[in-house]
Design a protein around this ligand. Sequence first.
Ligand SMILES: Cc1ncc(COP(=O)(O)O)c(C=O)c1O
Length: 390
Amino acid sequence: MSAFDQIIDRSGTDSIKWAVKPGELPMWIADMDFKTAPAIIDAMQQKVQFGVFGYEEPPAAYFKAVADWYESQHGARPDPSWMWYCTGVIPAVSSVVRRVSHPGDNVVVQAPVYNMFYHSIENNGRHTLSSDLVYDAAAGTYHIDFADLEQKLAEPLSTLMILCNPHNPIGKAWSKATLTRIAELCLKHHVVLLSDEIHGDLVFGAPAYTPVFALPEALRDNAVICVSPSKTFNVAALHAATVIVPGQALRESVTRAINNDELAEPNLLSLPASIAAYTQGAAWLADLKRVLAANRQQVQASLEKMPAVRPAFENATYLLWLDISALHTDSETFCRFLRAQTGLILSAGSEYRGNGAQFIRMNIACPQAMLTDGLGRLAKGVQLFEQQNQ
Ligand SMILES: Cc1ncc(COP(=O)(O)O)c(C=O)c1O
């Protein structure tokens, strides 16, 4: 039995995901029901054994590990001098929002998008301006309306755009050509581009993930890129991320923000675990991606027998975006019904705004037996929902 087949009882472990009633099956929040890579666990164990946990700062080996990882995995090397350690991607996003934009400014996003972006923008007194992604229902895919995006970036109060690359929840890796076009528009209209690339390592086939720091110099110098081992290696509670800012002036400004907000201090495990992930985690990641690819195929096969739920995910992330418009246009109502009737807990797409209300999001990063259970519950829930609404 592979480690990826092992069902781990996470109840009673302070897990947000597994704070559920007996018999319920959570497949919503973005962490995986797999143990992380053994090399990461070893590195953390060694640290704990050492027993002295004073103040720390990231060594050169940390930044080199990040640079080497992006070079070997994604063919683009960010210079270590561009990097800053941060206690998470969303803390960095909120800090950059406060530094780069002013209260009342527009921050441009592309709904439906990761819900925490809205909190980072609106809790800081900025205004969310969405250039909604355009859904092609027949193909189950989204694209960008570039004329609309340009119009929104050109508004005088638009100072920052937050991009999700690859995009959660629609599971799309943006092509290099698309990213170039977005970055060119941001530069043209003096809008800083903040690219959240936390899902960059989890892309299946073409188009490949392109880090925004791999774009031409003038474009990357107008960008802030956030990366983390959190999704890739299932270490969300590590609270470790790296902010990459190639342009010197912008970097100095962002560095000040991260320091002012006291976000630059690693916790006792974040450095050894991140270094182990980036230097020794490649083989584990390759195994994980094989398991996730098989899970994606299993979902596709199940959905063929469930015509009311249509796949609307593309080639990135383990979060699958499912179109339920044939069933209902209020995903919250459907998700409540599903939980009550079958115990399956999915994310209602409405959280992500845009046209999200007619979608659900399913986290498939779990052992195959658990996925089979989840898909069975989904099929049962859909059938009961259809019967009730006939
Ligand atoms: C796009 C995206 N960004 C950021 C995060 C969370 O990052 P962090 O836990 O480092 O703040 C998530 C988690 O689901 C995510 O999907």
